[in-house]
Every structure is written in C-alpha cells, then in structure tokens.
Design a protein around this ligand. Sequence first.
Ligand code: ADP
Ligand code: ZN
Length: 629
Amino acid sequence: MGRRDAAPYSSPVNSSPVIERARELLRTVYGYPGFRGRQEDVVRTVTEGRDALVLMPTGGGKSLCYQLPALLRDGVGVVVSPLIALMQDQVAALRQLGVRASFLNSSLPPREQAEVIGDLAAGRLDLLYLAPERLLQDETLELLGTVRLALIAIDEAHCVSQWGHDFRQDYLGLHVLNERFPGVPRIALTATADARTREEIVGRLRLPRAARFVSGFDRPNIRYAVHAKADAGRQLVDFLEARRGCAGIVYAMTRRRVEDTARMLAERGFDALPYHAGLPSDVRARHQERFLREDGVVMVATIAFGMGIDKPDVRFVAHIDLPKSVESYYQETGRAGRDDEPADAWMIYGLQDVVRLAQMVEQSEADDARKRIERVRLDALLGWCEITECRRRALLQYFGDDLPEDCGNCDICLEPPRTWDGTVEAQKLLSCVYRTGQRFGAGHVIDVLRGKETEKVLARRHERLSTFGIGTDFADTQWRSIVRQLIVQGYLRSDPERFGALSLTRKSRPLLRGDERILLREDASPKRPAKVTRKPDYDLGPEDLPLWEALRARRQELAAAADVPPYVVFHDTTLREMVRVKPASTQELLALHGVGEAKLERYGAAFLEVLADFRAGGGEESVQDLTGG
Ligand code: ADP
Ligand code: ZN
C-alpha cells in the first residue's frame, strides 16, 4: 500500500493494443480523457483473462474496472451487487451511455425477466447485474452455463467478511463461481481497507491467484473537521446554512434522533428527509429515490443508509453522533465528493457519545475477543477525534498509508488548535473524581467542581468536600472537554457498565502528584462560523449563474423524461465546462469532460439550444429577471 498517484490521470506511455482499445471506449462511450489511478492496470489484467482484487476508495472509479473489460471481451459481463434497489440506477446510467445493460431480480415482472433472459441467450447483453441470491439459484447458474461470459465482477466484496458490519450470508456461496465457471476471469472490488478483510475476501471467494490492486486511500477533495458538541442542533444548522441547495447526508445514531433532526431541519426550510430501518420500506425507497433524483436533498439517516449509493455530487457527510469506528467513519464519509469536487466530512461529538458507544460494546452479545477488538477500535476513533495534528495523515496512517506532508485541507491544518498546560485543571478534576468516590459520571463531578448545590450534591453532602467549588472559573463545556481529553489520553476511565462513572487509572497518579504535566487542546469556539464548502457553482461568476441555472433546469427536464437521476444525464463538472467553454457545435461539445457519443446524440442538441439562446442575448434578460431589474 502507499502508492500515491502523482497525476490524476495516468499517462498514455507503455500502451498495449488492449489499452489502446480501452482508451478509445473511455473517450467515445464515457467521454473521459484518460484513466484514473490504477484503472488502466486493472482493465488490462481482467481483459487479458486474469483474476483481480481491487481495493479503491469510494469514488475511486471501481465500476470502470469491470465495465470496460466486459465491453472489450466477448460475451456478457456478470456483475454481482448486493442491493437490488440500486441496480436499476446503475443499469439506467449504462444505457444512457449506449451500453447494453440489464438486471435480473425479483422486483422485475415475469414478462420483463423473460425478456432479459431472451437477450442474454441471444448474446444481446454487455452487462448483466444480479443479486447474489439470484445468481446462486440453480436455474440461473445453469442459464449462465449456456452463454459466453466475459467476466464475473463481485462488487462490495467485503460483504463476504463476517467481521465486517456489511456481512451478507449469500456472499459466502459465491465461491461456487470458481468451480462452475473455471475459465472466466473474476474481479472482486471493495472500498474496505484493512488487510484482514482483504485476506478473507481472497480466501472465501477462492481468488488465490488474483492480481491485487490497492490504491492509496486518500480523498484529497474531502475536508475533514471535528468539533466538540455543544448545541448539536444549532451547530448542524450553522453548518448546513452555508451549504443550502447542496445534497448531503447527516448521520445520527438512533432512529429517534434521525426523526427529530429531519423534522427540525425541515422546519427551517431544508429539504431534509429521514431514513432508518424502522421506516416502512416504501417510504425508505421513496426517500432514497428523492435523494438520488433531485438536487439538494439532505438525507438524515442511521447507518442503514448509504451502501452502494453512488450519487457523485454528495457535497457533505455530517455526523452528529460518533460513528462506530474509524473504518465506518471512513466508509461513511467516503460517500461525499465522488465527483472529485470539494466536499466536507464534518462531525461533532461529545462525552455522551463516548459513554454510549462504550456501553453498546459492553452490552452487545459479542464474545470477549470481539469486545476487545471493539474497544480498541473505539479508542482509536476517540484518539483521532482529539488529535492535534493533521487529521488526514492520521486517518491514512490508520490504514497503513503514508502522507508525506500535512494535507492543508483539514480543520487542524487550516486552524491549528491551541494547546495549553492543563495540569492544574486536570489535578482538580482527578481529585474531585477521587473525593466523590469514583462512582459518578461527568455531570455530577463537574457540578461539584463548579460549586453547584444540586439536589444530588446536597443529598450526598458533596458541598462539604474540599474540591467543591474549586472549578468555578471554567464553564461546563470546558470541563467536559477536559474530561474527554483525559479519558482519551488514558488518565480517566469511564465505566460503561456503570453509566459512565469516572474512575482513576494507573496513569492518574503521577499527574496528581505533579510528576507529570499534561497539554490539552483548546476546543474551537462553537460560535466560530462554519467554513463554507464551495457549492457546485463555485467558480462561476455572477454573470454565469443564469446560464448555469438554465442548463441545470434543462438537465432536470431531460432526467425526468428519461426517468433517471440528473447526474446520469451529465455531471455538474460537465455543466460547468459548458458554462466556461460555451460550446457552439457538437464537435466542441464532444470535447468536454463526460460527453461521449451516445450522450451527445441523446442530449447534445438540447444543451446546444440552451447555449445558443444565451449567445443570442437571452441570458441578459435572465440576469435582469434575477436581479429584479
Ligand atoms: P466507486 O464505485 O469506486 O465508488 P465509481 O465507479 O462510481 O466509483 O466512480 C466514481 C465517479 O468517478 C463516477 O462518477 C465516475 O463516472 C467517475 N470516474 C471514474 N473513472 C473516471 C475517469 N477515468 N475519468 C473521469 N471520471 C471517472
Ligand atoms: Zn491536514
């Protein structure tokens, strides 16, 4: 691991005939100028008939790795994908490109299934998408035995791993593909990084000879930021205010929080929808559909939402509760900015989260070994939250990837946190924990420190303690920050079995005695305005906005007519190029990023028409309309 690509596109030296043809398709079908990262190597390997294991971050461009070889080789490429709901959009997107793609699943009426099978038998398909359970039916296996297969792609291959949280029983059966279709190259793809999962994939899918392609895990366009949770609702609204009109995901831990947050945001005029496993499946499907098909929907969701969502223009992923681990955090935030445009991964967390997650680990059914792993994972995540160095470097290091220098695009790099000598405050806190008997959570301990005569304080006579009222010069939130940092640094333990009761550790003593000093970070003031993500229209001047809006409106019309999401017609990147270049002919249009031949034919005229209107002066009027003049 650790190979970082110097340029976003690999250079066309060392071309082989296979690669020449692949480049041609890349240009004419997809409208892309070149390969990204390791796509080229993967395409060559699979097209030449060898197995491959591909690890690429979300948004890295895994789909091309099997789509191009499927087009280049004889026969149909079979794609195993876990989520029926998303196959439809993938297939629709391919058809827009002029690729002969279909899917088979139980949602399809029998007559249409028969049609797909007919196409398959007649060799009229380039790609066929299937859920694993469908593929493994005897009937399907027999059917596939009678046609020529170009390759078998196993998407989201980490679903075969029992340790991962996306485990799917049906994936375990996929090893039969090895015996049933011996000469057919298989390619397994995943965004899950760790070595253990990787070996499990190779073992369970029987891919011992697969060439391995591991890309760097950096997502430089994503800006990471973590803040202390103060008033979660207000912090979230401030963050979203600066991103109105952008699509994004807000993750919360419980269904209740999801519902409440979605309602609160809707009341403030955001197009926010809830999504969690407790909602009826038709509601979930409808919300997912709106998120995919409309511009600027904010999905408030539990982790039930997201796998396989390949909407490219998700501008932010916000966590208002701690995710489960660094792995899940990385996977969830990876859903932002697949189009390579600037995006935000924003998180707030507080003491409550820490206690609750630790409780969940302890109360789970898992055996001790598993719990130990979960505890280590939680500690790693907390450590990362409280870090005072470049967040991206630390994140990548966690996955065994080295960033040679600080990233310049995380909260720490942008606003290095100030640290201060917190030894005296830490001592006050630790003694107060000790004097109150190591039986209380942070709330009560802080009340004692701040000299509050609450019922609980009086009932326990804690107003008589020597530590009562010795911490009045610090606010509640500041003390909470200190508690959090002491826990993360191992000076305090929060006992999940006793509702987060704080107790001292072996490390506490030297600090209490003054043999050791401790540096604490100052939490950024929550009042500081959130940094603004550049919107998709970011580098357009005000004079360009009417054209931009007109192109977006045309795209929405075309998408609705074709019953596909707008980005399937053209990405924002392509529309922005239209604004910048103002192409006047099909030839000029074809030169733009994301414009291939099929799309040119389908949509070229419609967009050229909008562009021509603006050249003819239509744009001037719109400017006046917009400015009210
Ligand atoms: P993944 O499955 O790895 O998350 P996708 O295959 O969905 O990623 O690709 C992510 C985005 O990048 C898609 O919008 C895709 O069109 C785009 N993309 C992939 N490869 C290229 C390329 N070589 N040039 C330009 N865009 C690309
Ligand atoms: Zn950084």
